[in-house]
Design a protein around this ligand. Structure first.
Ligand code: ARG
Length: 281
């Protein structure tokens, strides 16, 4: 075991920081169209099961002491439960999404309204394709930005200008992992976990240079949405199956993995992180 591994193993003093999240109840959840390989409209869905699973995620955040705001779901927008895609919020500035697919396009107006009503003064909609925290993840004072399936490279440049922080563009290549938050999770102030197979070669090199100590997840973990995790710096909420596969790796680094069963929402290609937009004031 190397010196750094020893240090990591003994580091169990992770500090949970109280967060403010925005979530959307899956009142109108359904799979009526297919815009990612997980979505099969011929498989039945249950709003009751979706609501109950979502509620467990919500209740867990509240029990951990986080402040969870809610946006009103809109009929006819079945993917609106995936609040992470609605915007990116850094340093009190809000960049609302511009969705690639017309089926989700109208969600943007609901997010613009919500942020204005909630009193945020720096709010605007992205000019270029930008799927919010689905593709933009904030870590260590910088944004990691995904492209290849949804958000546009021009959207990355726009985010750099708007937030005034460095943006590291990463290209996704596996259609199952179509958003950055399906392939990479932010765990701590400068720590990430990711599945290298979801990225092209240049992006893998960039990630290895920038995050030499990252946890590398295997394909099995990615396939149960194990990278779609929400961390408050100590507690890491992710799919139950992923806890069985990657829980020990997280515990070794001092994190507390918490399994949440969101298999109903997985039918639309989303999990814990997709349901959770981080409001960074
Ligand atoms: N059905 C949604 C879509 O394809 C799922 C979005 C999941 N959200 C996420 N942050 N990955 O857009």
């Amino acid at each position: 075991m190397s010196q750094t591994n020893i240090e990591r193993t003994s580091n169990s003093n992770r500090v949970a920081r109280p967060q403010r999240y925005l979530m959307c109840r899956p009142t109108y959840f359904d799979v009526t169209y297919s815009i990612n390989p997980w979505m099969d409209p011929s498989i039945p869905t249950s709003v009751d099961t979706g609501l109950a699973q979502w509620k467990r995620l919500y209740d867990t955040f509240v029990a951990l002491g986080h402040d969870v705001a809610l946006i009103e779901p809109v009929p006819g927008l079945p993917d609106m439960v995936f609040a992470a895609n609605g915007a990116t919020v850094v340093g009190g500035r809000v960049l609302v999404a511009r969705f690639r697919h017309r089926q989700r396009a109208d969600e943007a107006a609901a997010y613009l309204d919500w942020f204005r009503a909630d009193g945020w003064s720096e709010v605007r909609q992205a000019e270029y394709l930008n799927e919010g925290e689905g593709d933009f993840l904030y870590v260590g004072g910088q944004l990691l930005a995904g492209t290849g399936f949804r958000s546009d490279l021009r959207g990355h440049h726009e985010a750099r200008e708007y937030f005034g922080v460095p943006v590291l563009s990463l290209t996704l290549v596996d259609p199952r992992f179509y958003h950055l938050d399906t392939a990479l999770a932010v765990l701590g102030p400068d720590e990430i976990m990711y599945y290298p197979g979801a990225f092209d070669e240049d992006s893998r090199r960039l990630l290895a240079e920038r995050f030499p100590d990252a946890i590398l997840a295997d394909e099995a973990t990615a396939a149960v949405f194990g990278l779609n995790a929400v961390s408050d710096g100590r507690n890491v909420l992710l799919s139950e199956q992923a806890v069985r596969l990657a829980g020990d790796r997280l515990r070794e680094r001092g994190y507390t993995p918490m399994g949440i069963d969101l298999t109903e929402l997985l039918k639309a290609g989303g999990n814990a992180k997709c349901c959770t937009l981080e409001l960074r004031g």
